[in-house]
Write a protein that binds this ligand. Sequence first.
Ligand SMILES: [Zn+2]
Ligand SMILES: [Zn+2]
Length: 368
Amino acid sequence: MVHAAVIPAPRQPVEIREFPEPDIAPGGMLLATEYSEVCGTDVHLWHGRLSGVPYPLIPGHVSIGVASKIRGEVIGGDGQRLKEGDRVVFFDVHRTCGRCYACAVTGTPTKCPSRRVYGITDGAADGLFGGWSEAIYLEPGVVAARLPDGVRSEDYIGGGCGLITAVHAIDRAALRLTDSVLVQGTGAVGLSIVALARLSGAGLVVAVGAPGNRLELARRMGADVVFDVTTTTAEERLARVRALTGGRGVDVAIEASGAPAAVEEAPGLVRDGGRYVIAGHYTDAGPSTINAHHQINRKHLEIRGCWGSEAGHFLRAIQVLDRHAVAVPWREIGAHVYALDELNQALADAEAFRIPKALVAPGRRARG
Ligand SMILES: [Zn+2]
Ligand SMILES: [Zn+2]
């Protein structure tokens, strides 16, 4: 039997349940889970704030494990056949159809209505489709990859879903060399955006967030200037950002905070003709008020949303880690590791923002 941690229903305590080992279809595989994560999305899932979620749920959408059983041939993202014993990571989004209007006509596959996501839209009744479990079933067609030998599991899971989201947000930001970039939010997504903006050749990287230890990590991820959102006012931040950018404002701002007030503040911080990418409002945090004349039309501001991620963002995140994880401390984002039966504590710690991101190591046995 396989032990997994289950959210039975919104706001209910997590419980450990047993599941039978699944039959593996040709082209599928079973992973022995090494790590999964407890990210902001999982807190939202626990609060019941995402629509279309089939409870009971085995959460954990981005995970890493060792291939324990492979049936038939499965080719990894590097074009090589995956073998039992490999450290395998996989793209949590699957069943994107490739032929609907979003996939085939508008080129926006993250809006495909067939798309499903491990640990979010796949319920426990569907099988072992979440990482808060000793084993994860990768059905045929899931995009999987062997983690390069030089990348530690802790680097991959420290970056986790936040890094994959950040690769997408940086694409949407369409940065140019020397662009000044302001990142709102210093959670797992914001910290990875800071790092990728720096690696993309930004001339200035400003991070706005809290608390102090995350701002300190933001500096080590590549931020030149940090503002504590709890101890500075919007007026002070505006004055400082103007002073840092010759009075113009930053070329690009990227939102990764989920706060309505951040969206109201950003247009003032961006230069005329600049760009604003919104990636942090994954759930409905309420409206933001913007003056369309002053803040968008007359300003010639470009605003872009950023929903979900594509397989290419996942595969490129692995390449980023292979090249840069020695220098960039992704592993420190996920420094707190919990056992399978400690997930109620992990959720409470994540909910209270005590840690950037909690990790789950389902193979670790419990204190009881
Ligand atoms: Zn589609
Ligand atoms: Zn996540």
